[in-house]
Design a protein around this ligand. Structure first.
Ligand code: F0G
Length: 458
């Protein structure tokens, strides 16, 4: 077996500015130990997110030049519509500026006080939009999802028994829809099996509830299904993707992930009444239905991106990247969520820094150390992101895990960049006992991880 290489060559390059460890220490302090507050030019390898950070293809850039910027009925809109329809089967996709815009519209339509929205796992913006509408967001992952070492092939699955129990407890009349997030970002980029989506569908059918996908990483999820689910290896990713969407009544998509673009989103709805009402809300806050807050060129880039992401050479390379980094970190003694996910590797910060309690943010301490050591920007997914208080002021329960996410921009970094990341992580491992906890000095009540300011504890 030969090395799985990047299935592209590089036509445009963007220089990276080198920094010293001393410079990075000063920059980190100036950013109050929050890597969101760093200037991107002070980052060497930016693994903050895989969202909107990918490199576009020559065909996407060509589409950008061809784009029709007409206000209504632009050619670019029809290309976008046909491409999304080709991939998902939904005939009338609504463009939005990004995933959370789709979520906001959806929850304005179906949310509200007293409603309960179950999911395998809500992403933070999904939860925030759900709660903003007055509804309650409930995560129902399978038990294996809470064990970083469990090698369950579909750790993103929704716990069907827990869903049944929740419906019995709160009453299906209070549940406007069920969400399946593919892949489960907050739980380690873990996939959901087709069998599990079918099982959720069966429960939804029994209670006459709509099933929605949070389909940001639909292609990576389909690749895992092809690799891991019995009977799927001979199917094309395209056909698996199509079956995933066929099982759903709607979807919110951030095209900044598997849409392979820097900005863009989609809202998919099958129900004509809901579609009509969503179109009205779209016009109210995003833009007319044939551009949804985007330029024609963004629609062109999405139309092409949705086609490129289901190419299997690309997906093989993409998922191999995460696997490669994951294997090396495990060899170095760094516990990660196993098996490696699709778009990211998640370091188990509690395992790396058992001396730092959750309220002193072990994940944030590791984030700081990775930046100091290698100029690597990562993101905490733990007590910083999920802590704080609920809208009614009560403290949120401690998250099950304290994680540090290394998320991979699509088609941006090469294997030697990842080798460098491995070296920096090894350095952090060597000094792990000396890493210090942090204290929050200032933070907003919602989505606090973006702007919270920290101080290092003595
Ligand atoms: N759903 C999931 C599963 C996501 O991962 C994201 C974004 C969204 C919805 C919202 O999409 O950013 O376009 O509004 N995740 C990014 C991340 C921000 O870094 O994981 P958006």
């Amino acid at each position: 077996m030969k090395t799985i290489i990047e299935p592209f060559r590089i036509k445009v390059v963007e220089p990276i500015k080198m920094t010293t460890a001393a410079q990075r220490d000063a920059l980190l302090r100036r950013a109050h130990f929050n890597t969101f507050l760093l200037a991107a030019q002070d980052v060497l390898i930016d693994l903050l997110t895989d969202s909107g950070t990918g490199a576009m293809s020559a065909e996407q850039w060509a589409g950008i030049m061809r784009a029709d910027e007409s206000y209504a009925g632009a050619v670019s809109f029809f290309r976008f519509r046909d491409s999304v329809k080709d991939i998902t089967g939904f005939a009338n996709p609504l463009p939005t500026h990004q995933g959370r815009a789709s979520e906001r519209i959806l929850f304005e339509l179906v949310g509200g006080t007293g409603k309960v929205v179950p999911a395998n796992a809500h992403f933070d913006t999904t939860r925030a939009n759900c709660e903003h509408s007055g509804a309650q967001a409930v995560n129902l992952p399978i038990p294996e999802a809470r064990d970083p070492r469990s090698r369950h092939p579909f750790k993103g699955n929704l716990d069907i028994a827990a869903l049944e129990a929740l419906l019995a407890e709160v009453g299906p009349e209070n549940v406007p829809l069920v969400i399946v997030t593919v892949t489960n970002n907050t739980g380690g980029g873990q996939p959901v099996s087709l069998e599990n989506i079918r099982a959720v569908r069966a429960v939804c059918d029994r209670y006459k509830l709509p099933l929605f996908l949070d389909a940001c990483r639909f292609a990576e999820n389909a690749w895992f299904i092809k690799q891991r689910e019995p009977g799927m290896s001979n199917r094309s990713v395209r056909s698996i993707v199509r079956e995933m969407f066929d099982l759903a009544d709607g979807a919110t998509i951030s095209a900044k992930k598997d849409g392979m673009v820097n900005i863009g989103g989609v809202l998919l709805l099958r129900d004509p009444t809901l579609l009509q009402r969503a179109s009205e809300l779209l016009i109210l806050t995003e833009g007319y239905v044939t551009y949804g807050g985007l330029a024609g060129r963004d629609l062109e880039a999405m139309a092409q991106g949705f086609q490129e992401v289901v190419e299997e050479d690309y997906l093989e390379y993409r998922v191999r990247t995460a696997e490669y980094l994951g294997e090396r970190l495990l060899q170095a003694g760094i516990q990660i969520i196993e098996p490696p996910g699709g778009h990211a590797i998640y370091i188990d910060a509690r395992h790396l820094c058992p001396h730092i309690p959750p309220h002193q943010f072990p994940g944030q301490a590791v984030v700081a150390a990775l930046y100091r050591s290698g100029g690597i920007r990562s993101c905490e997914i733990g007590s910083v992101m999920f802590g704080g208080t609920t809208p009614d002021g009560s403290p949120r329960p401690a998250p099950a895990m304290e994680l540090v996410r290394l998320a991979f921009p699509r088609r941006v970094y090469t294997q030697s960049h990842f080798d460098y990341v491995i070296e920096a992580a090894q350095e952090v491992f060597a000094i792990r006992h000396g890493l210090k906890g942090l204290r929050i000095v200032e933070a907003p009540p919602v989505l606090r991880h973006f702007t919270a300011q920290f101080e290092e504890l003595a």
